[in-house]
Structures are given as structure tokens and as C-alpha cells.
Design a protein around this ligand. Structure first.
Ligand code: THU
Length: 137
């Protein structure tokens, strides 16, 4: 397998943030998910005036990919251009991402500053005891 270009994936996440619909929080988020087949699916946060219906950028990207038949993603980048510091995915997104990513899959997230965090799904969502349930019932 080719080496994953996390710099390029992060640039795609940053571009995805420009499509964010975030009139309430004014906090744009972009995500770029690399599928096992080599396709990148991006997503942005989509807010709603009924605040709890907001969908995060990460889950938006998952829905894009799964809707096109992808069930396995091998890398993720998240951009939060409205924060200087990196902002990691929320708990709900960590759960959803873990459904379609192996624990060793690389994740990079960063804000507008120079600092970026390089980690893995497994580090973000450890002790994922439900991961192997699919197909057992
Ligand atoms: N948000 C994401 O898109 N991803 C995250 O992991 C954290 C939060 C969005 C939701 C909301 O539109 C805005 O950021 C502020 O919470």
C-alpha cells in the first residue's frame, strides 16, 4: 500500500471546512476520510436551528463514504480553522468512526495554528469492546 499522505488529507479537510453550515456556533469543521480503495470523502458540520440536530463534520464524511459503498476507511484528517489549537473529534464521532476504521488508522487534527495532533482511532477511542459485535448476531 502507498504511504498515506496526511499532509494532503489535512489540506482536503481544511477545504471541506469552507462548506460548513455553522451560523450558530461560527465554528467550522472539515473532515477528510481516506477509504481503503483510495477515495477521499469529505464532510463538514451542518448545524440546525434545533441545535441538537447538528451533524459533525466527521459523521458527515462517514455518511458520504458509506452512501457510496465504502465500508472501510484507513485515515482521517480534521480541520478546525476557527480555533488556533487542534480540536479532536467528539465522543459520538469517535464511536461512529470506530465502526468503519481499524484501531491503528492514523488521525490528524489541527486548527489554524502550527500545532497538529497525530494519533490513531484506537488512541482516541480505546477499550472499544463493542467493535467485534457486527456479524455475531
Ligand atoms: N463539531 C464537529 O463538526 N466535529 C467535532 O468533532 C466537534 C464539533 C461541530 C459541531 C458544531 O457545529 C460545532 O462544531 C461547534 O460544536
Amino acid at each position: 500500500m502507498d504511504t498515506i499522505n496526511m499532509d494532503e488529507l489535512f489540506r482536503m479537510a481544511r477545504a471541506a471546512a469552507d462548506a460548513a453550515y455553522a451560523p450558530y456556533s461560527r465554528f467550522r469543521v472539515g473532515a477528510a476520510l481516506l477509504s481503503a480503495e483510495g477515495t477521499v470523502f469529505s464532510g463538514c458540520n451542518v448545524e440546525n436551528r434545533s441545535y441538537g440536530l447538528t451533524i459533525c463534520a466527521e459523521r458527515s464524511a462517514v455518511v458520504q463514504g458509506v452512501s457510496r459503498g465504502c465500508r472501510s476507511f484507513i485515515a482521517l484528517a480534521i480541520s478546525t480553522p476557527d480555533s488556533a489549537e487542534p480540536v479532536g473529534p467528539c465522543g459520538a464521532c469517535r464511536q461512529v468512526l470506530s465502526e468503519f476504521m481499524e484501531s491503528g488508522a492514523p488521525v490528524r487534527f489541527g486548527g489554524s495554528g502550527v500545532k497538529q495532533v497525530d494519533t490513531t482511532i484506537g488512541e482516541l477511542y480505546p477499550y472499544d469492546s463493542l467493535h467485534d459485535l457486527a456479524g455475531t448476531i
